[in-house]
Write a protein that binds this ligand. Structure first.
Ligand SMILES: Cc1cc2nc3c(=O)[nH]c(=O)nc-3n(C[C@H](O)[C@H](O)[C@H](O)COP(=O)(O)OP(=O)(O)OC[C@H]3O[C@@H](n4cnc5c(N)ncnc54)[C@H](O)[C@@H]3O)c2cc1C
Length: 479
């Protein structure tokens, strides 16, 4: 594979490996108001909000910033959570679900405002996202549009199948929902932008500093790393599936789900012939998520596993998906591929809140981490500094054990079944569409034949009438 320029300004709107100056390791003891464990999107967003609120903040990161999911996402900023809207409403009721949904819209605005900061140049912000259905159930679309547009006050537009296929030349999609206010950015560029803003606001960030133990007792909590100790009034656990030793109980409430993505080589004009939509595209089955970057490349994520698998295998899965959805693209060359693990909860909602006095959690963001980490950070810091109660909107979503190894095996089965279910439903929908098209052609042909028969009959009758008229004896002329 060719290597790509490693900066956010490479013109692609996507930088998988932006190099940054390493932050020091923590090797001295420290006393702070807030200790954040984990420097992904969640941890850095909390650090930024807290430092701006005037707290002294230390962020401890076991590896390098952005090595995980936060440095390897597709940069799509959309409203919503990883749980179907209908399930959310069933669980907490319409008003509560609507308030939760509004929070993700607020999260989007926070990201948009930050993306406009001069600390984040060249994020290649582009507008609009399209969620396409791989089944032809138009009445469900109307129902969802009603919930999103009327009940939740989101800006959405329903697209009929023809309109979707005008821009995405594949028979795999039917109708779609267009989100005009959704947008995409260079995800890694954004992460490092948040890091810069947090540092500027006074947060201290330490890399290669794993937290190995926490003593929660006492008003001031003690945090242990291999090389130093910290004391803090509050702790935010933002380690996602990597948290490990400091709180196994919390780490075990997350199912690790690896998602793979590829960046194709330039595809030339054939890409524009296949994909005529500039924003992000996701499907309702949750199988594929992609967008065009750098003018003629595809950035495409697909394939989920609850156990880490070889990158080559994941790359094969994604290539197969591209070929299946857009056979006209044929074989595409891959410039870069990567995978990362996201944390998924049993109920599908993120874990945001205070677990016990002074101990907060911000994790379980699944595939929708950009807007949700932004709002999670704001709610936690407001809860901490202003006793803002909005964070309690997430209270109904408890920390539920994800089932350990057995949970991962079952999870894999569920993912496969859901994916297969979505694919099978898509196959069925396309079969139905072909059958309907075939029977329409047949009935049109039958109608043409009937018309021809009618015309022939009329011609015969007309011929008979004129020959009968010719045979009729001519009356003798009257005298
Ligand atoms: C392929 C892919 C595409 C995606 N696309 C999108 C997208 O388009 N839009 C979107 O909104 N979301 C997307 N996501 C999801 C999004 O990236 C995640 O939801 C988000 O990054 C989660 O952030 P996080 O901070 O919770 O976790 P992470 O990024 O995993 O960060 C956790 C950090 O905590 C550190 N840590 C853990 N334990 C400790 C410890 N004990 N001591 C010190 N440090 C510790 C880890 O080293 C890690 O750096 C995508 C994800 C993937 C994998």
């Amino acid at each position: 594979m060719d290597s790509l320029p490693t900066s956010a300004t490479n013109g692609l709107g996507f930088a998988a490996d932006t190099a940054t100056e390493p932050h020091a390791r923590l090797n001295f003891d420290l006393d702070v108001d807030l200790c954040v464990i984990g420097a992904g999107l969640a941890g850095l967003s909390v650090a930024l909000e807290a430092a701006r609120a005037g707290l002294s903040v230390a962020v401890l990161e076991s590896g390098r910033i952005g090595w995980g999911a936060s440095g390897h996402n597709l940069g799509t900023v959309m409203p919503g959570y990883g749980v179907p809207i209908a399930d959310l409403i069933d669980r907490v009721g319409l008003d509560h679900a609507s308030a939760l949904w509004a929070l993700t819209r607020e999260g989007m605005e926070i990201v948009r405002a930050r993306a406009a900061d001069e600390a984040m140049p060249d994020l290649a912000l582009s507008d609009g996202a399209l969620e396409v259905s791989n089944v032809d159930i138009g009445d469900r679309l109307v129902e969802r549009l009603q919930t999103l547009g009327v009940d939740f006050g989101s800006e959405v537009e329903g697209w009929a199948t023809d309109k979707v296929r005008d821009v995405l030349r594949t028979n795999r999609y039917f109708h779609g929902i267009y989100y005009p206010t959704a947008f995409q950015i260079d995800g890694r560029g954004y992460l490092h932008g948040v890091e810069r803003l947090a540092r500027r606001a006074g947060a201290r960030i330490f890399e290669e500093t794993p937290v190995v133990e926490i003593d929660f007792s006492g008003i001031r909590k003690r945090i242990f790393t291999p090389s130093a100790r910290l004391r803090a009034s509050d702790i935010v656990l933002a380690g996602s599936v990597h948290l490990g030793a400091p709180s196994r109980r919390i780490a075990e409430t997350l199912l690790p789900v690896w998602r793979a993505a590829v960046l194709t080589a330039p595809l030339g004009g054939r890409l524009a012939d296949a994909v005529g939509f500039a924003g992000s595209i996701t499907d309702t089955g949750g199988v594929d998520h992609y967008r065009i970057v750098g003018g003629d490349r595809l950035l495409w994520a697909s394939g989920e596993t609850t156990f880490e698998v070889a990158p080559q295998r994941l790359e094969r899965i994604v290539r197969r998906r591209i070929r299946t959805v857009f056979p006209q693209l044929d074989e595409v060359a891959i410039d870069r591929s990567f995978s990362a693990a996201v944390g998924v909860t049993v109920h599908g909602m993120p874990q945001i809140g205070e677990l016990r006095p002074g101990l907060w959690v911000a994790s379980g963001f699944g595939r929708n981490g950009l807007a949700t980490t932004a709002i999670a950070a704001r709610l936690i810091v407001r809860g901490l500094t202003h006793a803002d109660e909005r964070v309690r909107l997430f209270a109904p979503f408890d920390l539920v054990w994800a089932g350990g190894r057995i949970g991962r095996i079952v999870g894999q089965g569920v993912y496969l079944a859901a994916r297969e279910g979505a694919l099978a439903a898509g196959t069925l929908a396309r079969y139905r569409e072909r059958t309907i098209a075939r029977s329409r052609i047949k009935s049109e042909q039958a109608e043409i034949k009937r018309e021809e028969r009618r015309t022939r009959l009329e011609q015969l009758r007309a011929a008979e009438r004129s020959s009968a008229a010719a045979r009729r004896p001519v009356p003798p002329p009257s005298e």
